[in-house]
Ligand binder design. Structure first.
Ligand code: SF4
Ligand code: SF4
Length: 313
């Protein structure tokens, strides 16, 4: 079985316990304007192009079996164009030929064995730190069968497994994946269905239903709430999420903690490389606002949940 993987990141200490390898699977059902991995959204391989690095040498033109590259004369000299990006098959031939590193393929086909072999290279770090593997995306449940095989193989090797998810999948998908996941990292973007639809392109009912379902199954869940200035950081919205979590905790839900992830613009350059406009015009938070969020969490720290502000995300 093969999946489309767009990145593997070793030695992560932010996405689950201990030192971890993150496996990023391509494809996402949501379109959050603040997404910092826009190259994750399409389930297909894509080519990223940095014009600043391109010398218009033309080496990529004959390399592409789909004829997606061309050189055109323009007012300011010869320019390189990438067209019909949807036809890219992710072979990487153009990037291999580029002498300047101007081209990069996001998404390559990998077998379960290739992914698990790569994950197992860092096994000593997992044993030492209590770490493991975290499947991320995109939305890993969009490649559920592949994700399941990877999770099962990692578990068979004694590796702790985590799945980072936006929650937008059929319940059947979660029900099948859950036995192979030690920890879910689960996003709550807004508690109001309509606001959620406006922010992400989809309502939140299925997402919240799946979260409740995982709690009922006794799964351990770390809640993550991205904070986007002016879009979902209103106190009432945050309070609604905390009220729901308090109720769940009272019913015995295994909530590992709540992390607030303040907005950043790290993904902006990738939109340019994909030939897309950056959809989120928000400015990152000031130190003062971040301190206010810390105070918000501190005021709730007596509620029995580990709460923290994660600045890097
Ligand atoms: S990755 Fe392959 S198909 Fe895609 S643009 Fe490059 S050469 Fe063409
Ligand atoms: S091979 Fe690289 S530098 Fe040459 S035209 Fe293509 S993208 Fe530009």
């Amino acid at each position: 079985m093969r999946g489309i993987v767009f990145n593997m990141q070793r030695y992560s200490i932010h996405d689950g316990p201990g030192t971890r390898t993150l496996v990023f699977l391509k494809g996402c059902p949501l379109r959050c304007g603040w997404c910092s991995n826009p190259e994750s959204q399409s389930p297909r391989p894509e080519i990223l192009f940095e014009p600043e690095r391109c010398s218009a040498c033309g080496a990529c033109v004959p390399a592409c079996p789909e004829g997606l590259h061309s050189l055109r004369a323009g007012p300011s000299g010869t320019a390189h164009l990438v067209e019909r990006v949807a036809s890219c098959r992710g072979c990487g031939a153009c990037a291999d030929e580029c002498p300047n590193g101007a081209l990069r393929v996001s998404g390559r086909s990998m077998s379960v064995e290739e992914v698990v072999d790569a994950v197992m290279r860092d096994a000593p770090f997992y044993w030492q730190s209590g770490g493991g593997v975290t499947l991320s995306g995109g939305e890993a449940t969009m490649q559920a069968a592949f994700a399941r095989e990877v999770l099962m193989a990692c578990r068979d090797n004694g590796v702790h497994t985590a799945l980072e998810t936006c929650g937008m999948a059929d319940w059947e998908t979660f029900r099948e994946l859950a036995p192979h996941v030690d920890l879910f990292l689960y996003d709550i973007k807004h508690m109001d269905d309509e606001v959620h639809r406006r922010l992400t392109g989809a309502g939140n009912r299925r997402i919240l239903d799946n979260l409740h379902g995982l709690f009922r199954m006794g799964k351990k869940v770390l809640i993550r709430m991205p904070l986007i200035p002016g879009l979902n950081d209103d106190p009432a919205g945050l309070e609604a999420a905390f009220a729901m979590l308090r109720e769940e905790a009272a019913r015995g839900a295994d909530i590992a903690g709540v992390e607030l992830l303040p907005y950043h613009r790290y993904g902006e350059g990738k939109y340019r490389q994909l030939g897309r406009a950056y959809p989120c015009g928000a400015e990152p938070y000031t130190e003062e606002r971040l301190e206010a969020f810390k105070a918000f969490l501190a005021a709730r720290s007596t509620e029995g949940l580990p709460l923290r502000l994660v600045r890097h995300a």
